[in-house]
Design a protein around this ligand. Structure first.
Ligand code: GDP
Ligand code: IMO
Ligand code: MG
Length: 425
């Protein structure tokens, strides 16, 4: 069976966790393909909420094999804590598999993430300070430690000694901090985390290909989103991995032809956490209303999210970058009380119209959105169970979005619960 990808089409927090969980009902395996615990994927089932960071969102089903792919950066302490927290809630986490090729987030990564952000001052990116950027940087610089190194203490210590020598010079001489101790780090990683994680460490490439060969259905769960992509996002206000659907291949070991269904997740409006351009951003009362109604605070960091109108220019670009075959629109219910709803259908700058984002970011910073205004519906959508049941204006809004984006909207979210969605026919 070919594989399905769930990818964020905006700046994150579109509801990838909820959609992954929903689709996982029809899957056999869910693979996280990039990012780390900068992600926060919230799932609500039967009134109970789960905020997942590293563990794939299919974990709540007993028939799913959750896999952390090679493209993920793993903080083993966070993973162990997440497994314990899920276990305490009665979730069986014993099926989790972790790629031996995934890279480890080390204590100096987190420290350097914090220090770099502080030194950037007003130019800070607003990272999650989880060590994500420094860990991917070390991966690219070929001085990273991998999950499989936990299984070989000698190699682990050797690699750590080499890299920590340089990190400590930076920590002490550049940032005037205390040096970190290789012995302490080794004790924690090798004596505490390694025994816990060892049974889960596998050749994940073999695992996913064997599953495909058995005819199993695989779902690839993205973290972050298209416009946080290191190559295609609003650089430098991006994360350090490739959330776009292509990253699902490199981050899992599946080939591009194995990925045939690509589900783009889009909020019915747009949010962003941290710094960076945001053409349709809303301030004032309307912004506050969306933040409140949408509970727009980081799932794990608690940070207030910036909010704005739906941006079809970005959505069209997301269609191209990800080969989207369908869109799942989430949080339509958040717009319930608005008298009118706006959609950005293009940008304008110096008399020029843009249907796709201008490649030059100086232009993107200054574009004026071109809006179409649609009537609101003024009714509670959260209890609706079929698309036909939605008020006319809500259906028209969904149809309008599908039309300006050019891709079918297959699912519409009307609340955070697993069963709060409808499907346009
Ligand atoms: P992710 O990072 O893409 O998985 O998204 P998050 O979990 O960080 O943020 C999405 C938030 O919206 C979560 O709190 C979800 O419970 C919630 N959510 C998802 N879909 C819907 C929906 O259709 N309606 C409402 N009201 N909330 C939703
Ligand atoms: P999910 O998977 C929203 C943002 C940070 C910051 C930038 C870089 O829940 O959608 P990083 O710590 O990755 O170096 O931060 O990326 N960011 C997210 N924003 N949702 C996320 O994940 C994010 N992960 C990172 O706020 O602007
Ligand atoms: Mg999130």
């Amino acid at each position: 069976m070919p594989a399905t990808v769930v990818v964020g089409t905006q700046w994150g927090d579109e509801g990838k966790g909820k959609l992954t969980d929903l689709l996982a009902g029809e899957m056999d395996m869910v693979v996280r393909y990039q990012g780390g615990h900068n992600a926060g994927h919230r799932i609500v089932v039967g009134g109970e909420a789960f905020a997942l960071q590293l563990v794939p969102s299919g974990v709540l089903y007993s028939h799913i094999t959750p896999v952390i792919g090679n493209g993920v950066v793993v903080d083993p302490g966070v993973l162990v804590a997440e497994l314990d927290a899920l276990g305490a809630k009665g979730v069986d986490v014993s099926r989790l598999l972790v790629s031996g090729n995934a890279h480890l987030i080390m204590p100096y990564h987190q420290e350097l993430d914090r220090l770099t952000e502080r030194f950037l001052g007003k130019n800070a990116l607003g990272t999650t300070k989880r060590g994500i950027g420094p860990a991917y940087a070390d991966k690219a610089a070929r001085v990273g430690l991998r999950v499989q190194d936990l299984l070989d203490p000698k190699i682990f210590r050797q690699k750590l000694d080499v890299v920590l020598h340089e990190k400590n010079l930076v920590l002490t001489k550049v940032y005037n901090r205390l040096a970190m101790s290789a012995a302490e780090i080794s004790a924690r990683y090798l004596d505490e985390y390694a025994p816990r994680l060892a049974p889960m460490i596998v050749d994940a490439v073999g695992v996913v290909h064997d599953a495909l060969a058995r005819g199993e259905r695989i779902l690839l769960e993205g973290a972050q989103a298209t416009f946080l992509d290191l190559d295609h996002g609003t650089y430098p206000f991006v994360t350090s991995s490739n959330p776009v659907a292509g990253g699902a291949a490199t981050g899992s070991g599946l080939g591009p032809r194995d990925l045939t269904r690509i589900v783009g997740i889009a909020k019915a409006y747009v949010t962003r956490v941290g710094a960076g351009p945001f053409p349709t951003e809303l301030d004032g009362e309307l912004g506050d209303l969306l933040v409140t109604r949408g509970a727009e605070f980081g799932t794990n960091t608690g940070r207030r999210r910036r909010v704005g109108w739906f941006d079809a220019v970005m959505a069209r670009q997301a269609v191209r970058l990800n080969s989207l075959t369908e869109i799942a629109l989430t949080k339509l219910d958040v717009l319930d009380t608005l008298e009118e709803v706006k959609v950005c259908v293009g940008y304008e700058m110096d008399g020029e119209r843009y249907d796709y984002p201008p490649y030059h970011q100086s232009v993107l910073h200054d574009v004026t959105p071109i809006y179409e205004t649609l009537p609101g519906w003024g009714e509670d959508l959260s209890t609706r169970t079929s698309f036909e049941d939605l008020p006319r204006a809500a259906r028209d809004y969904v149809a309008f979005l599908a039309d300006v984006i050019g891709v079918r909207i297959a699912t519409v979210g009307v609340g955070p619960q697993r069963d709060q969605f409808v499907r346009p026919s």
